[in-house]
Ligand binder design. Structure first.
Ligand SMILES: [Zn+2]
Length: 241
């Protein structure tokens, strides 16, 4: 404990720690602001996580203890583990999740078929880059998307079988809007914050996620000029994420 006390008695470390703590709380509160875009929330969440890491990184680099044993060694090992875990999860989530999901769902990228043609057509009409499409086996009607380096939409066979025509269009448009807003990235980062941040509760993420769903639904309504197919799709299933 003496190493911690000596560390906090260091004015440089103390001021860095308290400033980082203040900024971590400020960013957690700022994320809640209702007029922010998902991209701004993503940047704020990165900043929030960085502010949490800063005192730990500083502690690891400037540990005042003479030896690495005892409590000081435990705290140092804990700091290094948290830093490593957090950085690894963010990197894996951003760069490797697009490669991991197809393996998890035992599916391959679709490059033809009715659904693929629909997605290409909708993306072209909206003038956005068409995301990759994956159809995975499963009777439950599920659809979700990932954004980032390699955006993709995943749809279960159950969803494909249950919905018809413009109902499927509504689901694809909903997911396309999520991707264009980077909503899946935000969702992933908030999940990471839920594990690592002691200030996760004050982010109040439920309204943020709900607003993202409403935005995607409003986009479908704007494109299709009716809520008929979206409501019909929702009536048959639940459109997740
Ligand atoms: Zn959604």
């Amino acid at each position: 404990m003496s190493c911690l006390l000596s560390l906090f008695s260091n004015p440089v470390y103390a001021s860095i720690s308290f400033t980082a703590l203040f900024l971590a709380i400020a960013t957690a509160l700022a994320i809640r602001h209702k007029n922010l875009s998902d991209q701004h929330r993503i940047r704020l969440t990165y900043a929030h996580l960085a502010m949490l890491l800063l005192p730990l990184a500083f502690f690891s680099q400037h540990m005042p203890c003479k030896s690495i044993g005892g409590l000081c060694g435990v705290i140092s090992a804990f700091s290094n583990s948290v830093i490593l875990a957090l950085v690894s999860i963010v990197i894996i989530g951003y760069f490797f999740l697009p490669l991991i999901y197809p393996v998890l769902y035992r599916t391959k990228r679709q490059k033809n078929g009715v659904l693929f043609a629909k997605l290409e057509d909708l993306s072209a009409r909206l003038r956005i880059r068409s995301p990759r499409l994956f159809i995975f086996d499963g009777s439950l009607p599920l659809a979700f998307s990932i954004s980032g380096l390699m955006p993709a939409i995943f749809i279960s066979v159950g969803m494909q079988e249950l919905l018809r025509g413009r109902e499927i269009d509504a689901v694809l448009l909903h997911e396309l809007n999520h991707i264009s807003n980077s909503a899946p990235n935000l969702r992933l980062l908030l999940k990471i914050a839920r594990v690592f941040s002691p200030f996760y509760a004050i982010m109040n993420t439920s309204p943020i996620l709900l607003a993202g769903e409403r935005k995607a639904d409003a986009f479908v309504l704007g494109v299709q000029q009716t809520s008929l197919y979206l409501n019909s799709a929702k009536g048959k299933t639940e459109v997740e994420s």
